[in-house]
Ligand binder design. Structure first.
Ligand code: FE
Ligand code: ZN
Length: 514
């Protein structure tokens, strides 16, 4: 007969201890260095993994419970959005360009982050760290999935959503985000944590998610708002993990400081360059704008960043080396990007357009130091060419930065009328960079960056051999449908016709407009 045992119900703290610390047994028939071979080669010294503070102490059962609840809500809302033709509530279908860039460049980054965290969760010897990384790996794969599911409904009606997985690997602008995550994933576990956990999640993620999700809300895109909320509640945990990790490394050994500082310098700049895509979306692609990229930077970059680096100063950490150049670039980058997207719009799987007079007045107001002086005259010239029936297309191939992979469209930090371009030699080959910081990142690890796959030289290699049509087929871009100006596009015509059907009594009238 079984005796009745009075089992004490475990508190959260004890449950968590059982989940983590008891897994950290001392191996007896293998050396620890053999089990965790990647923990030391970066030079980071950890003396006591038990000093790791687990900020959330989330147990697996409560993790599944929270996430399942969020999934239920998420799928209920995107289902309703699809059933009710939610796409017709958008302010304008040109908004979808922002979403296409997100799907092609950012969602694959979520998947990459998942792979990266799964890997470092295995590579770190500390169990608290292992569990936190494992949970973040599951979060990130969920982010990729919910984003793809939320946007799949738009793929039924609009162009440019159909081949994001292919384009992630092949098209030129997605290569910027891809190389960012590839660089992080091919680094050691501690650098990965600084790259993704700290620089991306802690320093920069608010600049991506907050303006992007409010942009979605302002423009009637409930599907995106929903995945945004679902992901944002994980972000708090991710940001804490990133900050916890950096403080832990700094407290473990003073010799870690210079290594960590150099990673902060590198990954802040890489993240800053990547976010140029977001700035362009905010300033140019939202029919109803939330705030300018400059305003978002002042709130989420300057205010938050200043507080953060003040806090880290007691460990000897200083703000990223490129901070002042980033600040100088804020007033220019979105304009430089959009001018690039417009002139190379035959090669983008989304639409771009010339800003309207009203848009340009708004840009002039938000960018008093730069827009009227440097960018208005260029847009006016481009507008004149378009009106004359000879729209400006640039069929020249831009020089790409070997590090960030962006075309070198940026200007000198202290001279906005001078293109910024750096050159360097390595083992008899010439390399090009968009900035001093990208050159420095290359110079610190040349053997890594000479291996970069660059999307524009690919145009001249097999199977494309300089044939743009062949290249379009290879990147799965349908010429005249996915690319080019929004004005006159199939997306524009369809949206107007469908919206006409949804908001008027007369089918004939709406169809007549097609
Ligand atoms: Fe994520
Ligand atoms: Zn660069």
């Amino acid at each position: 007969m079984d005796a009745k045992v009075n089992r004490k119900k475990l508190g959260l703290k004890e449950k968590y201890k059982l989940l983590t610390r008891d897994l950290g047994w001392e191996p007896s028939y293998h050396a620890k260095e053999k089990i965790f071979p990647y923990a030391t080669y970066e030079g980071i010294k950890i003396h006591d993994w038990d000093k790791w503070e687990d900020p959330f102490r989330l147990t697996m059962d409560s993790y599944w419970k929270y996430q399942a609840e969020k999934e239920r809500k998420f799928y209920a809302i995107i289902d309703a959005h699809a059933q009710n033709n939610g796409h017709l509530n958008l302010t304008d279908a040109r908004y979808l360009s922002a979403l296409k860039i997100f799907l092609q460049a950012i969602s694959p980054g979520e998947y990459a982050a998942s792979k990266g965290f799964a890997r470092v969760g295995r590579e770190f010897p500390g169990v608290g760290t292992q569990v936190a990384c494992q949970m973040q790996a599951i979060d990130e794969i969920r982010h990729a999935q919910t984003q793809i599911h939320a946007m799949s409904n738009y793929n039924r009606f609009y162009n440019g959503f159909h081949a994001f997985a292919q384009q992630r690997d092949r098209i030129w602008y997605t290569s910027v985000a891809r190389s960012f995550f590839d660089d992080a994933m091919s680094a050691g576990p501690f650098e990965f944590m600084i790259a993704i956990g700290f620089s991306f999640e802690y320093v920069l993620t608010n600049l991506l998610f907050v303006p992007f999700m409010s942009g979605a809300a302002y423009n009637g895109d409930m599907a995106t708002v929903t995945f945004g909320f679902s992901a944002q509640s994980d972000e708090a945990r991710h940001m804490t993990l990133g900050l916890e990790c950096i403080k832990f490394m700094l407290e473990q050994d003073p010799a870690n400081l210079p290594i960590i500082q150099s990673w902060i310098d590198k990954w802040f700049w890489r993240g800053f360059r990547l976010l140029g895509l977001v700035g362009t979306m905010m300033d140019y692609m939202l029919p109803k704008r939330v705030m300018s990229w400059r305003e978002a930077w002042d709130i989420y970059g300057v205010a938050n960043g200043t507080a953060l680096f003040k806090d880290l100063a007691r460990y000897g950490i200083r703000p990223p080396k490129s901070w002042d150049d980033a600040e100088a670039g804020i007033d220019h980058m979105s304009h430089q990007f959009m001018l690039g997207f417009y002139q190379w719009s035959f090669g983008t799987c989304f639409h771009s357009w010339i800003p309207s007079d009203e848009d340009m007045a708004w840009l002039a107001e938000k960018y008093p130091k730069s827009f009227n002086q440097y960018y208005l005259p260029r847009w006016q010239h481009i507008k004149k060419l378009a009106e004359a029936g000879t729209p400006f297309k640039n069929f020249g191939v831009a020089k790409l930065c070997q590090t960030c992979q962006l075309p070198t469209v940026f200007t000198e930090p202290d001279e906005a009328s001078l293109l910024c371009h750096r050159e360097g030699d390595y083992k008899g080959e010439k390399y090009h960079y968009c900035s001093d910081h990208c050159k420095e990142i290359f110079d610190n690890e040349p053997e890594k960056y000479i291996q970069s796959w660059l999307p524009l030289p690919q145009l001249f290699q097999a199977p494309n051999f300089g044939d743009i049509g062949a290249w379009m087929a290879w990147v799965d871009l349908k010429d005249g449908i996915d690319n080019g100006d929004y004005v006159g596009s199939q997306d524009e015509a369809n949206f107007q016709a469908w919206r006409g059907l949804a908001t008027s009594n007369s089918n004939a009238q709406a169809q007549g407009e097609q």
